[in-house]
Design a protein around this ligand. Structure first.
Ligand SMILES: C[S@@+](CC[C@H](N)C(=O)[O-])C[C@H]1O[C@@H](n2cnc3c(N)ncnc32)[C@H](O)[C@@H]1O
Length: 310
């Protein structure tokens, strides 16, 4: 039996949604996961009927990025079914509250939110409408102890059809003594400055409020009973042990998180884009060979060139 921490996620659902939809590094990471998943789908992306199962999809932060990327690759989104499942009721209530605007933005998509403990023993794909072409799960596995992570990847794979794709992301252990907050906060602050210059005090206050939400959430995670995060190597090995030997991995969230993409038929997904990592991580173990880095200044200029929609 998995301890899915539903009461924790119920309690932090609004904070989580708040910062994930405002702070650009988080939004960019969801876009990167969506883009990688579509690369892994390859020709299957154009199947007339395509099912996406978003496991532990929370308040629905991935839905918009995923459908936007799919829309670029298909003639139409007709035939696409997107099922978000989450075991925390307050998360699914937030996701449901978004359905009206998502349905008006993507009217052809059949969108469903299901409140269910999707990773529980005995949850079958038929409850979510059948095996999926793409099973995606963002920032979920790292909250489980390492002895259960293998079981979770097996369950994600079980929910995909025989030629389906499994894509997931996980925050990873950072080289000591760096913390997630230290690595990402300068980038958040770049967004504060960009918001002030382009949207005035109102927009700047919104970004600052979201950074406070991250800080509160981070403190709650640290105080909670959560295990040490996995490493990139651990995620690779677990995917192989779970029967996904040809999985590809890549960093997202400026090197603080890893995405894993695998095809159940054993073929390797095509080359993935390699996003920039934080300058704080350059040259550290696990980050060798990365030349494209991001600093406060370069990120600030990037935000001015491509302003985030908040
Ligand atoms: C960090 S949040 C990520 C939410 C979302 N994927 C995102 O990227 O915004 C983790 C989510 O996984 C959900 N979750 C954890 N274990 C689950 C399980 N066994 N079944 C369904 N949802 C689960 C939690 O309720 C929570 O909403």
């Amino acid at each position: 039996m998995l301890d899915s921490h539903h009461s924790f996620w119920n309690q932090w659902s609004r904070h989580y949604q708040g910062f994930s939809e405002t702070i650009e590094p988080y939004r960019a990471a969801q876009r990167a996961l969506a883009e990688g998943a579509v690369i892994a789908l390859d020709d299957a992306v154009t199947r007339p009927a395509l099912t996406v199962l978003d496991v532990g999809g929370g308040a629905g932060n991935l839905i918009g990025p995923m459908l936007t990327v799919l829309a670029r690759k298909r003639r139409s989104l007709a035939g696409v079914r997107y099922v978000l499942t989450d075991g925390a009721k307050d998360m699914t209530t937030l996701a449901e509250a978004r359905l009206a605007s998502l349905r008006s933005a993507f009217p052809e998509v059949d969108l469903t939110v299901l409140h269910a403990d999707t990773l529980a023993d005995g949850f079958e794909a038929t409850r979510a409408g059948g095996p999926a072409d793409l099973v995606v799960s963002s920032w979920n596995i790292e909250y489980y102890p390492s002895d259960l992570r293998l079981e979770i990847i097996r369950r994600l794979a079980h929910l995909a059809g025989p030629s389906g794709v499994v894509a997931f992301s996980s925050l990873v252990q950072l080289p000591q003594p760096l913390t997630l907050r230290e690595v990402l906060m300068p980038l958040g602050q770049a967004q504060v400055l960009q918001a002030l210059l382009t949207g005035g005090l109102g927009r700047m206050r919104k970004v600052i409020a979201s950074l406070r939400q991250i800080a509160d959430f981070g403190a709650a995670v640290s105080a909670g009973d959560f295990p040490e995060k996995p490493t990139r190597d651990e995620l690779r090995q677990l995917a192989a042990q779970a029967g996904l030997p040809s999985a590809s991995t890549e960093y997202q969230l400026f090197g603080t998180s890893v995405m894993v993409f695998a095809r159940k038929d054993g073929t390797r997904p095509g080359p993935l884009p390699r996003p920039a990592i934080s300058s704080m991580l350059i040259g550290r173990p696990g980050y060798e060979g990365h030349s494209e880095i991001v600093t406060f200044g370069s990120y600030f200029r990037e935000l001015l060139r491509n302003p985030p929609a908040i």
